[in-house]
Design a protein around this ligand. Sequence first.
Ligand code: CP
Length: 318
Amino acid sequence: MKKFTSVQDIGDLKAAVKEALEVKKHRFDYQYLGKNKTLLMIFFNSSLRTRLSTQKAAMNLGMNVMVLDVKQGAWNLETERGVVMNGDKAEHLLEAIPVMGSYADIIGVRSFAKYESKEDDYSEKILNQFIKYSGKPVFSMEAATCHPLQAFADLITIEEYKKTPHPKVVMTWAPHCRALPQAVPNSFAEWMNATDYEFVIAHPHGYELDSKFTGHARIEYDQDKALEGADFVYAKNWAAYTDPNYGKILSSDPTWTVSTEKMALTNNAYFMHCLPVRRNLIVTDDVIESPQSIVIPEAANREISAEVVLKRFLESLQ
Ligand code: CP
């Protein structure tokens, strides 16, 4: 594997889940792969889970790990070509990337959508420059349009908890006070579409996602109808994708918050969220604290999805 930015890069999903469950049982058995290999994790945006789980996965594999927070202690980086650099940005990404590549064997990048330009966000301008200029395998730790490590962990979690071979999985929009990226819902949709589950997406009018990711999923504008008989409820907020509202908040309708009443419509569904979550906007205290909430094992599986991806990179470097 040379890069990991979308579901296509992982290949056969059943094989990937099987490998993940094996890695989960024997997570320290592959230390020989990471000996004298260095992971560099570059964060343009904040993180708790991705930072810790990916570092833990790399340590499980015997790797050395370096972490760079671009906004804390590094030179402020220019990302555009042609700019006269007489402002506050002391270094250009086009020098910084190959320099970073010279110190690392594998590079992880977190770089969110800026919601300044849909074209820039959806062309994955920053991530693709790392792929092009670092000379090293690169993986997304949540980029502008996708969060594949999260979606892989979500899939592993559903496989562990499902009670039927083809569960009904509902991803529902829920209200939030800030304009959040579409990376998590895009990736979740992309990965669910690659399974044989029944997959439904519920959101208010105006919150349609890029059809490149939603594919053949059933779209419902009536959340109650979508939730009927669900085995898994995956809540997430995202800002509008479609023009002219790209990056905007169009609704804060509290009736879309996932509550005990909403969960009562389901087939005793498990509740999932990628975290961090704002309680009583996205989900009520009662639901997230209920026995059906699997947000903690879901987050724990981030270590496993990261370990499988790093293991595959290391195997291709041997
Ligand atoms: N779910 C997730 O990626 O969490 P962090 O933003 O804390 O890394």
